[in-house]
Ligand binder design. Structure first.
Ligand SMILES: [Zn+2]
Length: 337
C-alpha cells in the first residue's frame, strides 16, 4: 500500500525538480541505507532483499555527489545538536548487517571517493560465527528452488498435499523464535549452515571491522543477532543492545555511539529510546522509514535504497514527493507512546 501511494506521489512530483521538492520539504539532510553491493547476489540474501550491482551503486554515488554534499560523522552529530536541522543539502551513507562485501566492495569505493559512512554490525555474526535467521531461510528457499526435493520438508512442516509454493510460503514466514524449526528444515533439505559459513564467509571479520574504524568509518550496533524488535519484549530488546555494545566496546574505542534498528523501529516505545540515551549513552540511532520527521531527538530515519532496484535519483525524488504529499495530510511526523 505504501509503495502504491509513494508511486502516486512520485508521479505527481515528476514535473518538479529535486531542488524544488527539497526546499519545499525543508528536509536537507538525507541518509541512504544499503545492505549489500555486489554483482553476484549470494544465496543467503537473494530471497530477502535486492543486492545492488556495483555499477548501479557507482551511479547512485554520482547522483548523490552531484546533488548533495557528502557529510562527515561530525556533520551528523552537529545535525542532531541543531535539532535535526540543516541549511545545506547533505547525504550520509550507512550499510547494515556487516556483510563481507562491505569490506571487499564498498570500502574501497568509499575510500577512493573520500566518503565517510557507517557500518552497523551484529556481533553474533562477526567472524562468521553464526548466520542471520532470515539468511538461513533464504538458503532453504534457494535449495528448494534448485533441487525441488520437498517431500521430507513438506512432511516436516505438515503441508499436504505437497506444494512447492506452500512450502516456500511457510518457510518465508518463520520467525526469529522459530529458529529450531528453521535449523531442522535446513537439515531436512540437506543444508549445513556451518559449512556454508565456513566456505562462503558471508560476514566481515573482526580485523576487517577494526580496519574500517581505523580508517575513519563509524561502526555501530545493529542489535546482537537481528530479531524483529516488535516481536520481542522490551527486556529482550535491552539485552540485544547491551550485549552488542559489550562486544563492540571490547574491540573498539567508540567516539560516537550509534545503533541502527534491525528491520524497523515500528512500535518501539519511548521508554526504550530513553534507555538508549540514558543507559547506553547513545549519540545517534537510525530507523528505516524514509524521509520523515521523528520526534525522538537523537533518532534519524534513513532511506532504504535496495527495497526496489531503482536509481538513487528516482528513489530520492520519490521520497521527497511522498514527504511533500503527506505534508498536505499532516502525516509526516512519527509520534511515539
Ligand atoms: Zn539488518
Amino acid at each position: 500500500m505504501r509503495q502504491v501511494v509513494k508511486n502516486l506521489a512520485y508521479s505527481l512530483s515528476k514535473p518538479f525538480s529535486l531542488n524544488f521538492l527539497r526546499k519545499l520539504s525543508g528536509e536537507q539532510f538525507i541518509f541512504p541505507l544499503y545492505h549489500l553491493v555486489s554483482n553476484n547476489p549470494p544465496a543467503h540474501v537473494k530471497n530477502l532483499y535486492n543486492v545492488t550491482p556495483v555499477k548501479h551503486f557507482l551511479n547512485d554515488l554520482d547522483f548523490l555527489l552531484q546533488n548533495f554534499q557528502p557529510a562527515s560523522i561530525n556533520d551528523v552529530i552537529n545535525y542532531i545538536k541543531e535539532g535535526k536541522k540543516s541549511t545545506k543539502p547533505f547525504f550520509f551513507l550507512s550499510f547494515d548487517d556487516g556483510m563481507r562485501e562491505c569490506y571487499e566492495v564498498v570500502y574501497p569505493i568509499l575510500k577512493q571517493k573520500g566518503l565517510e559512512a557507517a557500518f552497523f554490525i551484529n556481533p553474533a555474526f562477526v567472524d562468521n560465527k553464526n548466520l542471520f535467521y532470515r539468511s538461513k531461510i533464504s538458503l532453504i528457499i534457494d535449495q528448494i528452488q534448485k533441487n525441488g526435493k520437498i517431500f521430507e520438508l513438506s512432511d516436516f512442516l505438515k503441508i499436504y498435499p505437497i506444494s512447492t509454493a506452500k512450502v516456500i510460503d511457510k518457510i518465508s514466514t518463520l520467525k526469529y523464535s522459530d529458529i529450531d524449526i528453521i535449523e531442522k528444515a535446513g537439515k531436512k533439505i540437506g543444508i549445513d549452515f556451518n559449512e556454508y559459513l565456513d566456505t562462503y564467509k558471508p560476514y566481515m571479520t573482526l580485523l576487517q571491522i577494526k580496519e574500517l574504524q581505523e580508517n575513519g568509518f563509524l561502526i555501530g550496533s545493529h542489535s546482537y543477532d537481528h530479531p524483529k524488535f516488535w516481536e520481542i519484549s522490551e527486556l529482550e530488546m535491552r539485552e540485544q543492545i547491551k550485549s552488542s555494545f559489550d562486544f563492540i566496546d571490547n574491540i573498539i574505542q567508540l567516539k560516537v555511539r550509534s545503533f541502527a534498528f534491525p528491520f524497523s523501529d515500528i512500535e518501539t516505545p519511548i521508554s526504550f529510546f530513553n534507555f538508549l540515551t540514558e543507559e547506553i549513552k547513545l549519540d545517534v540511532s537510525f530507523g528505516t522509514a524514509g524521509i520523515k520527521i521523528d520526534t525522538e531527538p537523537v533518532h534519524i530515519q534513513r532511506i532504504p535504497m535496495d527495497v526496489e532496484l531503482k536509481s538513487a535519483e528516482r528513489i530520492i525524488k520519490k521520497e521527497y514527493g511522498y514527504f511533500v504529499f503527506k505534508f498536505l495530510f499532516g502525516k509526516n511526523l512519527i509520534n511515539r507512546k
